[in-house]
Each structure stands twice: as structure tokens, then as C-alpha cells.
Design a protein around this ligand. Structure first.
Ligand SMILES: [Zn+2]
Length: 263
């Protein structure tokens, strides 16, 4: 499932390939991904414009077209972007295809069909309506600490709550907690201030490194939980078998000796 590092990688890919070129057509191949806009309207409003810049917030990507119109992309479970020459065939999982005047095309691909494509006038209004919290990489340490001071529950549940902190998904929440050596079920009220500061540093560090690795699982450090998580996986720190549990409705992977539970 695309998480923040994946979406940031899509953003950089789009910035490097698809900006400043006139959009000659928009071909919607599966209208179910469209949210609040029809295929005809999407094509009509984007045709003749070009994408000028982009902005990521949590797992959402917004692409600004000239004339102050924003295309909204959410990658659901399996979404991704692909830029290629007109002669090449679009993949079957292509849901929306943007053709540029330079002869290249950008495909919004999505095998499982949980992705979303929409149009917006105002990003901040959209974020407010969705009730999304600040992006984890845009937060200050004091903002982060404030959330942990004000809310109750398991630390992993707080990390995953997009209304409090936008951008952390299941896999990276486990990785961040492993780095900070905190058991995912630890109650937030039991975390001392310096532990929360450590958690903040771990979140930034893990997400930035994952972005550097282009969110490619094969390029993640062997000292991380990610290459080992799953049944029979061993902790890269102490070599003991990793454990799993359902916390906040999601499967958490962790190492019991390395990640102590304080309460
Ligand atoms: Zn361990």
C-alpha cells in the first residue's frame, strides 16, 4: 500500500517528467476512480492546460494546473504513475491517461481500484473538510509533542491517526517504533517527554531515508524491521523471532525484548 515515501517518490517522478507540457487529451478508462468529477468534465477542464507544480500532504498528491486548478491523486492500495512515449502501450491497470502535446503520456495506474482522482480549487479547504492533520514531515517537535500530550491510547494508534498526523501508515509506523524502541501497544500516557522526542526524530529519520531509497523495499537497510517483518522473521538487532499483534485494527510487527512496554 503506498505510504508517504511512495507518494513523495511519485511526486518527484511527476515533477521530473510531466510539468510544463500542454495536456492534449485526458482519457478516463475506469470512471470509478473519479471523485466529484465526471470523465467529460475532467477532460474539458484540463485540456489545453499544463501541470505547473505539485504538493504532497500525507498520502495525497495535488498537482497544480495553470489557471489555479488542482488535480488530486490518492493512490489507494496499489496506485502508481507511469510516464512513457505515445508508441508504448498503456498497461491494462491504467485508469486515467493524460496525453501531452510532446507525444508522451502519464498514466495513473491502479490494479485494485481504490485510488482516487479529483479536481479542486483549494487544497486547504479540502484538507480541512477531510479533517487531515499536519503532514508528519512538516511538523515541528513541539507540535508533535502536543499531540502526544493531549491524546490517549496506544502509541501506534496515535501514529496511524491521519486526523492527528498525516502520512504514517502501518509499515512505517512499525519501523518508527522499532527505531525508537517503543512497544506499539504502549499507552501514550506512559511515554516520557524525552521518549516522545525520540519518537519524533525516529519518524523523520525513517521517512526521509525511505524517500532517499525511493520507497523501494529492496533498498531498505538490513538493520531495519522492514526486510524481516513477517512470519518467522528475526529481529535484526537481537536475532530473536519477531512477534505480531493486532493493534488499532492493524497487524503490528515488533521485537519484544528490544521494544519494552512501559505500561
Ligand atoms: Zn530484538
Amino acid at each position: 500500500m503506498p505510504e508517504l515515501p511512495d507518494v513523495e517518490t511519485f511526486k518527484r517522478y511527476l515533477d521530473a517528467t510531466s510539468l510544463h507540457q500542454r495536456i492534449s487529451s485526458v482519457d478516463v478508462r475506469s470512471a470509478y476512480v473519479l471523485k466529484g468529477v465526471s470523465a467529460r468534465e475532467l477532460a474539458r477542464r484540463l485540456k489545453g492546460r499544463s501541470f505547473e507544480s505539485s504538493r504532497r500532504h500525507g498520502k495525497h498528491l495535488f498537482v497544480r494546473a495553470d489557471g489555479d486548478l488542482w488535480l488530486r491523486l490518492h493512490f489507494g492500495m496499489t496506485g502508481s504513475l507511469q510516464y512513457f512515449k505515445r508508441e508504448e502501450r498503456a498497461a491494462r491497470r491504467t485508469r486515467v491517461l493524460f496525453a501531452f502535446a510532446n507525444g508522451h503520456r502519464l498514466a495513473f495506474e491502479d490494479q485494485r481500484k481504490f485510488g482516487e482522482v479529483g479536481l479542486l480549487k483549494d487544497i486547504d479547504e479540502f484538507l480541512k473538510k477531510r479533517g487531515l492533520g499536519p503532514d508528519v514531515l512538516d511538523m515541528s517537535r513541539s507540535q508533535f509533542k502536543e499531540i502526544f500530550r493531549k491524546h490517549r491510547g496506544a502509541v501506534k494508534t496515535i501514529l496511524l491517526n491521519q486526523k492527528l498526523i498525516a502520512g504514517i501508515g502501518n509499515i512505517y509506523a512499525d519501523e518508527i517504533l522499532f527505531r525508537a524502541r517503543i512497544h506499539p501497544a504502549t499507552q501514550v500516557s506512559a511515554l516520557e517527554e524525552e521518549i516522545v522526542a525520540k519518537l519524533f526524530r525516529a519518524a523523520r529519520d525513517i521517512l526521509k531515508k525511505a524517500i532517499e531509497a525511493k520507497a523501494d523495499m529492496d533498498r531498505m537497510p538490513k538493520s531495519w524491521l522492514l526486510p524481516h517483518r513477517g512470519r518467522g522473521g528475526k529481529c535484526p538487532r537481537c536475532g530473536r523471532e519477531l512477534k505480531s499483534a493486532t493493534i488499532g485494527g492493524r497487524t503490528a510487527w515488533f521485537c519484544t525484548p528490544c521494544q519494552r512496554r512501559t505500561s
